[in-house]
Ligand binder design. Structure first.
Ligand SMILES: [Zn+2]
Length: 442
């Protein structure tokens, strides 16, 4: 039998398929044609059945699906390290908002290009973003070859970005129109949080999400002080407001959900809404610990996110996976509370559902070829009993040796193929002066 033609074959010591059986293939290979996976199997079988234009042998390695960052503000890389060791509301109102109110489209694009480069090099292929000037983020994502759900953020009107609600709705519609036919980029309606908007605005914004048939995302119940503020302002807890205004729906994506009651978890589950877990950001801002196991036991789909680089302070999903696993074990004093497999699911298959990209998240024929490999020929990866264990407990983003998104190689052995990291690094250093000036003029 003649072998079939494909564009790319990727080989490695192990393939963590994340398919329905969570199959692990030893000495595995993946055949890729165009943007899709054609076949996944044993190296010996793939080599007989397929002939490729290009073959990438990753050597001693683990191949896994591209990681899905369920919550980030990618341009915030420019604010990495500008204000640390502060509580959420102080950090937000006295540092982030004053800097952000002076943002330009050019700066947002620069921060997004920096963030995309960082994520490509650490194995992330898709992000759920929320920020201002998201068309500039879309431009950066498009150029990088990654995929994204963009979200043009808004606060109470007037804001430095939108004087009226209508202006915000127009911007969201324009963003949706601009990327409507894009293969890798989608959009969402993105109110910042319950305490920085008002319920009527939120209800109106959900109507817009329904009209455009796109996802609706919000920061929700991130910390106890947020709940206190929301209670003082509206007389209700954040998730209660979401429920009362019809904002818990199948298209709802809630970021954080740290300060929630058991009853609120049930409401979220009953509505078919999903949550993004952001353990490092929650820890760094002292926001608390999300009752993640309760959400999962209730049957809520959860993705995993880094949040922005100003509250993390990196966008490394391997780092985030490790923290997610460790945190619940320590918090609940139960080492079985958050197994490695559950954490990898959050960062891959469950993350893909969270982002609404149903054609990715695992390595199966017919799905999008979003594939990463980590180099296992490192001292901290030896010996190998269980590759999954290394992915969660001993690997880091710096071990990534290959990143492929929609069949396109974006990064290979330290080389960036879609972004110019020298220019990005130089320009990012210049942004320091701008940010410090914004803080001086508070
Ligand atoms: Zn956030």
């Amino acid at each position: 039998m003649q072998p079939k033609k494909c564009d790319l074959i990727i080989k490695g010591s192990y393939v963590l398929t994340q398919n329905d059986e969570r199959e692990l293939i030893e000495d595995g290979a993946i055949a890729v044609s165009g943007s899709l996976i054609s076949a996944v199997g044993k190296r010996s079988e793939i080599e007989v059945e397929w002939v490729a234009e290009e073959t990438v042998d990753c050597g001693k390695s683990v191949i896994l699906p591209g990681l899905m960052n369920a919550h980030t503000h990618v341009p915030m890389t420019l604010m990495r390290g500008v204000a640390d060791d502060l509580p959420l509301l102080d950090w937000l109102h006295n540092y982030m908002f004053p800097i952000e109110s002076g943002l330009t489209k050019e700066l947002v694009e620069l921060g997004a290009r920096l963030g995309c480069a960082e994520m490509i090099a650490s194995g992330t292929t898709a992000i759920f973003d929320g920020y201002m000037y998201e068309d500039a983020v879309g431009k950066a994502v498009d150029g990088s070859g990654m995929k994204a759900v963009l979200g043009e953020g808004f606060f109470k009107f007037p804001s430095p970005f939108f004087k009226t609600a209508q202006e915000a709705w127009n911007a969201i519609e324009a963003l949706q129109e601009r990327f409507a036919d894009h293969d890798r980029i989608r959009t969402s309606v993105t109110p910042h949080a319950v305490f920085t908007t008002d319920p009527e605005q939120l209800a109106e914004s959900m109507e817009l999400a329904e009209k455009l048939d796109i996802l609706w995302q919000i920061h929700a119940a991130e910390s106890v002080p947020e709940t206190k503020l929301t209670l003082e302002t509206f007389g209700k807890r954040p998730v209660q407001i979401l429920k009362d205004y019809g904002l818990l729906t199948k298209r709802t994506r809630l970021h954080h959900c740290v300060d929630v009651t058991d009853e609120e978890i049930d409401w979220i589950r009953d509505a078919g809404a999903m949550i993004a877990h952001n353990p490092q950001s929650n820890l760094k801002l002292g926001s608390g610990i999300c009752p993640l196991t309760k959400f999962l036991e209730a049957g809520v789909n959860a993705g995993l996110g880094t949040d922005g680089a100003a509250s993390n302070n990196n966008l490394d999903m391997f780092d985030e996976m490790r923290t997610a696993a460790m945190l619940q074990k320590g918090f609940l004093q139960d080492p079985e509370a958050m197994p490695a497999q559950t954490v990898l699911d959050m960062a891959t298959v469950c993350g893909a559902s969270f982002l609404g990209f149903e054609d990715t998240g695992s390595l199966k024929a017919g799905l999008k070829a979003d594939i990463v490999a980590i180099d296992m020929d490192k001292m901290h990866s030896k010996p190998v009993y269980n590759p999954l264990s290394h992915v969660i407990y001993s690997a880091g983003g710096q071990d990534v040796c290959l990143t492929v998104c929609d069949g396109q190689v974006l990064y290979r052995n330290g080389e960036f193929l879609t972004v110019d990291v020298e220019i990005i690094s130089r320009e990012a250093e210049k942004a320091v002066k701008w940010a410090l000036k914004r803080l001086e003029s508070r």
